[in-house]
Every structure is written in structure tokens, then in C-alpha cells.
Design a protein around this ligand. Structure first.
Ligand SMILES: *[C@@H]1O[C@H](CO)[C@@H](O)[C@H](O)[C@H]1NC(C)=O
Ligand SMILES: *[C@@H]1O[C@H](CO)[C@@H](O)[C@H](O)[C@H]1NC(C)=O
Ligand SMILES: *[C@@H]1O[C@H](CO)[C@@H](O)[C@H](O)[C@H]1NC(C)=O
Ligand SMILES: *[C@@H]1O[C@H](CO)[C@@H](O)[C@H](O)[C@H]1NC(C)=O
Length: 273
């Protein structure tokens, strides 16, 4: 099973889709039910027909993974200024169908109490975004110098009114030590346990710390062409890989599902230095 998974990781062709982290504290008591998604991952080529809300889909396809190179230049602008990550933030831990995920608890319709960061989108125009959740893709969505990591962690951020706006992306690979961020997770929910949710509180700053505080990163503005197909998402991809213990890596891959990924790539992007 494990060997099979690792081989599948190496050869899987993937598309990028992200779960929607729609969640507020009242929903903590009301468990989400599995299988009620209005879209099907496997039907990616047909997203635009599934729901009128998804008409933005099917624009801008590109080969996976998104290649990043050092000679493209690491970013000198747009440095995110972060606040509120270094504490235990409560939420709901589950599997979004393709890997571990967590949606952060907040008062309904009010995201401003969540960890947040500010970045300069354009000269003189600062944008503040609030973290609504995180999830893992396996294998990674980005490659650096042609090297694709085993997995990638996305911290998804929304505007004050809850619209997806920015993603902090951390590549994950096996290393010599356990990751403190992943050590917080005593149990990883498998993609086979679709409906299972666990109330947790994690310190999200540990991941940021393990990625050297994003002191070096690539950034680009892209669009999700998988549901909800939001345009104008700013990505920050940390240069520093988060290294996890070999057993942690195995555990993450064991609960992640990558064999059913669609072939089409789904981002448009332009590197900014
Ligand atoms: C989810 O789907 C089931 C039937 O498959 C239905 O009974 C249930 O009410 C749905 N739940 C939500 C939240 O839509
Ligand atoms: C978060 O909770 C853990 C376990 O309860 C505790 O050890 C840790 O000190 C807490 N971290 C912060 C930043 O409060
Ligand atoms: C949102 O919640 C924060 C505290 O959690 C509160 O200070 C603020 O007034 C709330 N904003 C709105 C619009 O309700
Ligand atoms: C934008 O944020 C940066 C750093 O956080 C700050 O130095 C700058 O003054 C801000 N600009 C505006 C227009 O608020």
C-alpha cells in the first residue's frame, strides 16, 4: 500500500483544486455531511456546465506543475506582514477529499479575528487578508528548478467579506527531523473518511517558522479555474521547504488521494519579483 502510494505520487498528473473553507463557529456543532459537493473533481473538464456559478472555470489552462526557478528572481516586493498566527487557533480538522485540511472557526460573517497579513498589491494599495483554513495537495503544485516536492501546504486567506484572495504555499518533503507543525496532529483523517471532522486547536505559526518566516519567496497573481474559480488570487510560495520526518511524510501521503486527479492544469500566473 505504501510503496504503491509513493509510486503513484511520482507519476500522478494533477490539477489544482482547493476546498472552500466556508466555516464559522456555529457550524462547529453541526457536522458537515460528506458527498454534498456541487462539483466533481473527476468532471473537471465539464465544470462550466455543472453550475452557472462556475462559468469562470476552464479559462487559462497550463501544464502541471507550475515551474518556479531561482533565475526568475525571488520577490523583493509584496512581502507579507503577518499578525496573529502565533497562538492556538481552533477549527475543524478533516480531509478535503485529497488530503488533510482544517477550516478555522470564526463568528459568522466576521473573519477579522483570524490570523491575517497585509501585502502591497500595487504601489500604494495594501490588502489585508484573513486565514480561513489550510489544506494539503500531494504531490506539490509547484516545482522549483524542476524538482517537485512530495506535498504542498496551502494557507488560504480571504478578504474581510470572505472572498478567497491570497494563499501562502509551503512545499513539503521528508527530512531528518519531525516537523513541529505536523507534530500537533495526533490523528490524520483519511480521504476515505470523508465525513469525519475533529475539533482541534493548532499553532499555525509553526509552519511559517519552519519555512523561515517566508524570508524568501516567489509571488504571482493567479486564478483558480477549479471551483470556486476565483480570479485574482495572490500566491506566495516559500523558498524554504518544510521538512517533515519520514514517518510524518508517510502518514501525510497515506491519507492523501492523488490517483483521481484530472489532467488539466488550472492556473494562470505571472511571476513578480
Ligand atoms: C447531503 O445530501 C444528503 C443526501 O445525499 C441529504 O440528505 C442531506 O440533507 C444533504 N445535506 C446538506 C447539508 O445539504
Ligand atoms: C498550544 O497548545 C499546546 C498544547 O495544549 C501547548 O503546548 C502550546 O504551548 C500552545 N501554544 C501556544 C502558542 O499557546
Ligand atoms: C468581528 O469580531 C471582532 C472580534 O472578534 C469584533 O471586534 C468586530 O467588531 C466584529 N466585526 C463585525 C463587523 O461584527
Ligand atoms: C502598506 O504596508 C506597508 C508595510 O506593511 C507600509 O510600509 C506602507 O506604508 C503601507 N502603505 C499604505 C498606502 O498604507
Amino acid at each position: 500500500m505504501l510503496a504503491q502510494s509513493l509510486v503513484a505520487t511520482l507519476f500522478a498528473v494533477m490539477a489544482i483544486a482547493c476546498p472552500e473553507h466556508e466555516f464559522h463557529s456555529r457550524a462547529l456543532q453541526k457536522r458537515a455531511e460528506p458527498g454534498n459537493m456541487t462539483w466533481a473533481y473527476e468532471a473537471s473538464y465539464d465544470w462550466a456546465r455543472l453550475s452557472p456559478d462556475y462559468v469562470l472555470c476552464q479559462d487559462g489552462t497550463q501544464q502541471a506543475p507550475i515551474p518556479l526557478r531561482l533565475d526568475q528572481g525571488l520577490s523583493l516586493h509584496h512581502a507579507p506582514s503577518m499578525e496573529g498566527y502565533n497562538r492556538n487557533v481552533s477549527g475543524s480538522f478533516y480531509n478535503w477529499g485529497y488530503g488533510p485540511a482544517m477550516t478555522l472557526a470564526h463568528p459568522e460573517g466576521n473573519f477579522t479575528s483570524l490570523p491575517h497579513f497585509t501585502f502591497e498589491e500595487e504601489k500604494g494599495q495594501n490588502v489585508t487578508v484573513y486565514m480561513s483554513g489550510w489544506h494539503i495537495h500531494a504531490p506539490a503544485d509547484h516545482s522549483v528548478q524542476g524538482d517537485r516536492s512530495k506535498a504542498e501546504l496551502h494557507f488560504v486567506h480571504v478578504t474581510a467579506d470572505g472572498h478567497p484572495r491570497a494563499v501562502l504555499a509551503f512545499r513539503i518533503d521528508p527530512g531528518s527531523h519531525d516537523s513541529e507543525f505536523f507534530n500537533q496532529m495526533t490523528e490524520l483523517v483519511s480521504y476515505r473518511d470523508g465525513g469525519k471532522r475533529i475539533d482541534v486547536a493548532y499553532n499555525l505559526d509553526l509552519a511559517i517558522l519552519e519555512a523561515n518566516h517566508l524570508d524568501e519567496f516567489w509571488t504571482y497573481k493567479g486564478s483558480l479555474t477549479s471551483p470556486p474559480c476565483t480570479e485574482g488570487i495572490r500566491f506566495f510560495v516559500a523558498r524554504q521547504i518544510i521538512f517533515v520526518g519520514v514517518e510524518q511524510m508517510r502518514a501525510i501521503l497515506r491519507v492523501s488521494h492523488y490517483s483521481a486527479r484530472a489532467e488539466q492544469e488550472v492556473w494562470q500566473h505571472e511571476i513578480n519579483v
